[in-house]
Write a protein that binds this ligand. Sequence first.
Ligand code: C2E
Ligand code: CA
Ligand code: CA
Ligand code: CA
Length: 287
Amino acid sequence: AKSAGGNRFELADPEADARAITRHGLTTALPAALERGEFFIEYQPLVHLGDGSVRGAEALVRWLHPQHGVLSPDRFIPLAEHTGLIVPLGRWVLEQSVRQARAWQERRGGADVAGPLRINVNLSPCQLAHPGLVQDTVDILERTGVEPDALCLEVTESALIGADDDLLKPLRRLSEMGVDIALDDFGTGYSNLANLRRLPVSVLKLDRSFTQSMQQFPADPVDLKIVEGIVSLAHSLDLAVTVEGVETGAQAEQLRILGCDTAQGWYYARPGPPERLHELALVDATG
Ligand code: C2E
Ligand code: CA
Ligand code: CA
Ligand code: CA
């Protein structure tokens, strides 16, 4: 608590101090954590809304901290972005995830009626601005033998708002190679819909808030109109629509009726270890 009257006698807020120390402690621990292999990746399936098949997964990084246990990305990604460690960390996540996708593809063999399992990886704006992004991605795809078509890089809508051509250039190059670019958290960033034509994206990931508004059946008519409008605009621009945060069958059904293509959420599976994704996809492929 702050003491009244003047800065000179201000008392420290012990809770704020603890938070600051943790933040500071976590920040300084990040580089060694990467070297010691304390990060790991969970995978959450991406499910085709039309037929329920597993088409791929999103890679979500976690930190197994020796004192604090498993930390969610919201706790440390902003710190890694602040210090620049996000560049090597992001490269590690990309390489691990693409390797994992390769392993799934090999184990599935001929079961791939709907094409090889795909992998979605989050990109931070700092990685976008880093000159090595395109070459690193090309190298990783070549080393693993994964087709560019099987990779989707997710960039948040807010990272691309007002992005100039220099920032878009690497995304454009990746997109020309066949890598899909998804606009993450779409609908939260007040972007001009007409602006979409300028961006090298092929997937819109509708923010979880839209899914939440589909909780009631039937949903609020205005919410339905909004999602319907976004989906039809997206499809008219040749973009696929993925929905996040699907927690109930009713949500899945409404979003399917509205024409969304792919879904992700606890209703299907929580993020989990790679073996789990393999099981889900295999069961699905063999009936
Ligand atoms: P995001 O990209 O929007 O990822 C979706 C988040 O929603 C994940 O949280 C996921 O676990 C959570 N989620 C999935 N299904 C449901 C559901 O049905 N209900 C609810 N309530 N939540 C659901 P997570 O794993 O904590 O990740 C948080 C954010 O951290 C991600 O948001 C992403 O922005 C960032 N992130 C994760 N991994 C990476 C990474 O490797 N690199 C970068 N730059 N960012 C990452
Ligand atoms: Ca994402
Ligand atoms: Ca493609
Ligand atoms: Ca998202």
